[in-house]
Design a protein around this ligand. Structure first.
Ligand code: G4P
Length: 282
């Protein structure tokens, strides 16, 4: 399946991102814990050169916990703080706040050496669409969402949310564009719901999702849909259609509808916690 997607507004997003990043000390990069590399735009390394960095492996409530742990270790081995997260849960924000301090320690130390004592670290959130940027900002800023307003030297319209005396957060996230280095990446992004539906052949994608599940998480498909997962993917989709009552007028299996069901359940973590990628072996 060929997936190509680079809407025009992403060009604008890139320009905005380049401007916004100049204003901050720390870039909080949000990835989807189920596919951290596919949901990561590698251009961020260039864009955020010389900035403090923090990676949040978001939607970790839907990823395979043991694999997520491998990713945390992997990014830490590259010298980047990484924290697994369910952004909808405000209780997890304490851990993020501590990670922000760790990630920006060097920056604060440099300020101290220069005699700059009370300058808050300025941070921004960045990530490709749908990874949970807005959800995270809402949970992280919480009651602090009252903004500090414009300040001299800051682009007009830029709003900072003061989290506490040490940290200020840019109120709008930097939108990164998904980078399709190969079809595999596009497929993973489509499976986690980061590519809009129109560009996808749903049935093909659902069959791909089912075959990944069968391979990595045996019996999960059989148990969820009460079907024999030993069948080939096309037959399996027909069986799921029958099992879920997705039928056309003449009583034939409506495999497109069944594909929609499978994809929705896959994306929302209803089938099982799963990870589509493992980090390179350290
Ligand atoms: P974005 O700004 O990066 O585009 O993403 P946004 O926050 O809009 O989140 C996209 C979807 O992902 C939302 O669901 C949101 O609730 C969900 N989400 C965000 N973080 C997490 C997480 O850590 N775990 C889980 N399980 N879901 C998360 P939605 O269905 O599009 O909207 P809604 O039904 O929640 O309103």
């Amino acid at each position: 399946m060929i997936i190509q997607w680079y809407p025009g507004h992403m060009t604008k997003a890139k320009r905005e991102m380049e401007q916004a990043i100049k204003l901050v000390d720390l870039v909080i990069e949000i990835l989807d814990a189920r596919a951290p590399e596919a949901s990561r735009n590698p251009d961020i390394d260039k864009l955020a050169e010389n900035k403090a960095r923090l990676i949040l492996l978001n939607k970790a409530d839907m990823s395979d916990p043991s694999v997520t742990k491998m990713w945390v270790n992997y990014y830490q081995s590259l010298g980047i703080e990484a924290v697994p997260l369910d952004s909808r849960n405000r209780g997890s924000m304490k851990a993020v706040r501590a990670a922000v301090d760790r990630a920006s320690e060097e920056r604060r130390e440099r300020n101290r050496r220069r005699g700059i004592m009370n300058r808050p670290v300025r941070a921004m959130v960045a990530g490709i669409p749908n990874v949970g940027k807005s959800t995270f900002i809402n949970s992280f800023a919480g009651k602090a969402s009252a903004k500090t307003g414009n300040k001299p030297g800051v682009t007009k319209g830029t709003q900072w949310i003061r989290l506490d005396k040490n940290v200020e957060l840019l109120d709008t996230p930097g939108i990164l564009w998904p980078k399709f280095e190969d079809n595999d990446t596009g497929e993973k992004l489509a499976l986690i719901g980061s590519v809009s539906e129109e560009v996808i052949n749903k049935e093909e994608l659902a069959m791909r999702g089912l075959s990944i599940l069968k391979e990595r998480y045996p019996q999960v498909v059989s148990v969820r849909y009460k079907v024999d997962e030993g069948r080939d993917s096309a037959s399996l989709l027909s069986d799921i259609a029958a099992a879920r009552g997705c039928l056309q007028k003449g009583g034939e299996a409506d495999t497109e509808k069944a594909a929609g069901v499978v994809l929705e359940e896959f994306r929302n973590g209803k089938i099982c916690r799963l990870s589509l990628e493992k980090p390179p072996v350290l």
